[in-house]
Every structure is written in C-alpha cells, then in structure tokens.
Design a protein around this ligand. Structure first.
Ligand code: RP5
Length: 164
C-alpha cells in the first residue's frame, strides 16, 4: 500500500495534526509525519515534495496555520494529491489559513478540508488510496456504516426521552 505523508508547519500544530495520524493508524494505513515549514525550512519542504513519489507516498497531507503556504508550496513541487488542513490560530480563528490554503491558482490544486479538519484530511487521503485498494475501500464503508448506526441510535434514544 502507498504511504500517506503528514506534514505540519510547526511542532505547535501537532495537537490537531495528531488526529490525522491517529485516524490513519486506526485503519492500518502506513504514514510518516514531519515538520517542514514553507517559510522557515523552504528547502526541506521542497525536497520532501520532490522526492515523495519515489519514496512510495500516494498522498500528502499538509497542515499549517496563519499565512499557511505549506500545502501550496508542497503542491507546487509534486503531482501527488495534496490535502491542506488550515489550522486555527489565535488572531483570525483560522480564516487566514483557510483562505491561504484554499485559494490556489489554476494548475496547482490543493484539496482543502475544514479549519482543523484533521480527521477528514486522513479520511480523504484514504479514499484516494482506496480507488486502487478494495480492502481499504471496505474499511471506509464499514466506518460510514458504524457512524450511521451511532446517529440512528442517538435518534432512537432522543425519541424515547421526548416520548415523541
Ligand atoms: C505556521 O505558523 C505553522 O503551521 C503554525 O500553525 C504557525 C505558528 O507557528 P509557531 O510560531 O507556533 O511555530 O507556519
């Protein structure tokens, strides 16, 4: 199976990014996590992106806050699919990172999830890998079914409480 790379701009991003790593691990999908910054370590970020395909990565997740250029900078240096996670920061609540990540120029796509949307980033990365992996696709379908059962159980409980 191809690996998923999970890159974050700073060690301070780890509490949110950890949820992506945990989600990938819970599905048994191999992943590798690094701290590379578009601004503070631009050479390392570029070299990682340029070598990712030959290192057997299939998808790259890139998480950053503030003027979040990491996902775009990585996407500029690979044709692997790149998923951007805009991270919430203390001044602009993550809208700064959301706009920086989502508003990519034509030709360099970044699939942007919600602010702090680390779990969805992991799920989307696995949906991409699952195009060519039936066993992984089945695991994703099982999770959807389990999530649906939880909502239906919560509704049944609500109906009983409210005596609808
Ligand atoms: C971004 O700047 C990082 O992704 C992080 O979200 C933000 C702040 O970084 P630190 O100052 O906490 O290292 O590049």
């Amino acid at each position: 199976m191809k690996k998923v790379a999970v890159i974050m701009g700073s060690a301070s991003d780890l509490p949110v990014v950890q949820k992506a790593v945990d989600t990938l691990r819970s599905f048994g999908v191999p992943c590798e996590t690094h701290i590379y910054s578009a601004h503070r370590t631009p050479v390392e970020a570029k070299e990682f992106a340029q070598s990712a395909r030959e290192k057997d990565f299939g998808v790259i997740i890139a998480a950053a806050g503030m003027a979040a250029h990491l996902a775009g900078a990585i996407a500029a240096n690979t044709t692997l699919p790149v998923i951007g996670i805009p991270l919430k920061s203390k001044y602009l609540d993550g809208v700064d990172a959301l706009l920086s990540t989502v508003q990519m120029p034509s030709g360099i796509p970044v699939a942007t999830v919600a602010i702090d949307g680390a779990v969805n980033a992991a799920l989307l990365s696995m949906e991409i890998l699952a195009v060519e992996d039936a066993a992984l696709a089945q695991k994703l379908a099982d999770k959807r079914a389990a999530d649906m059962a939880k909502v239906l159980a919560a509704d049944a409980e609500l109906q009983a409480q409210l005596k609808n």
